[in-house]
Design a binder for this molecule. Structure first.
Ligand code: GRF
Length: 195
């Protein structure tokens, strides 16, 4: 059984789907949900599902990323995770942090990587006049939003779409893709899930 820790920054809708998926013959179980924001509404959702939680605010650390990451690492390492999932986690992690989880850390990004790494992905896809958009689950490496792709799901861009309507359409696919990728990844299978 693989121990799975999940990092969130906000609503944690992807986290909820991941936790809900880890039942029965699924090879993973959620052992911790941690956030950089003690007010993240996802923390209460995790607690309601019986998953231990931890919160380490990044604010008191100011620009000292290393100190924040050292503090965040404490409850994560204490949970002894085999896999770390970033799910709506909005802080950039330094290579010092990611090296702890090299080859066992996933992230979901709301674009069809390698297109649109970074922020405001849906606005950028609309700006570019793309006919389709989507989401990507990838392994986290030292380079931002650039690790090996483990899954992608595509959605059409529709006439009149705004960043919000497109984000909502993509989010539905995120909630299907991430659990599918985690199940395969926890079983030791890195074959990409291409929805
Ligand atoms: C989602 O669009 C996800 O792709 C991005 O953060 C957004 C919110 O995720 N990483 P969640 O609802 O907090 O899971």
């Amino acid at each position: 059984m693989k121990r799975v820790a999940i990092l969130i920054s906000g609503s944690g809708s992807n986290m909820v789907k991941l936790v809900e998926s880890m039942t029965g013959d699924h090879p993973g179980r959620a052992v911790l949900v941690a956030s950089n924001d003690p007010e993240a509404s996802g923390l209460a959702k995790a607690a309601a599902m019986g998953v231990p939680t931890a919160a380490v605010s990044h604010r008191p650390f100011g620009r000292d990323r290393a100190a924040f990451e050292a503090a965040l690492l404490e409850p994560i390492l204490a949970a002894k995770p085999d896999i770390l999932c970033l799910a709506g986690f909005m802080r950039i992690l330094t290579p010092d942090f990611t090296r702890h989880f090299e080859g066992r850390m996933l992230n979901i990004h709301p674009s069809l990587l390698p297109k649109y790494p970074g922020l405001h992905t849906h606005a950028r896809a609309l700006e570019a006049g793309d006919a389709e958009a989507g989401c990507t689950v990838h392994e986290v490496t030292a380079e931002l939003d650039a690790g090996p792709i483990l899954g992608q799901a595509r959605v059409p861009v529709l006439m009149g779409d705004t960043a919000d309507t497109l984000a909502a359409r993509v989010l539905v696919e995120e909630h299907l893709l991430y659990p599918a990728v985690l199940r395969r990844y926890a079983a030791g299978d890195r074959t990409p899930v291409l929805a």
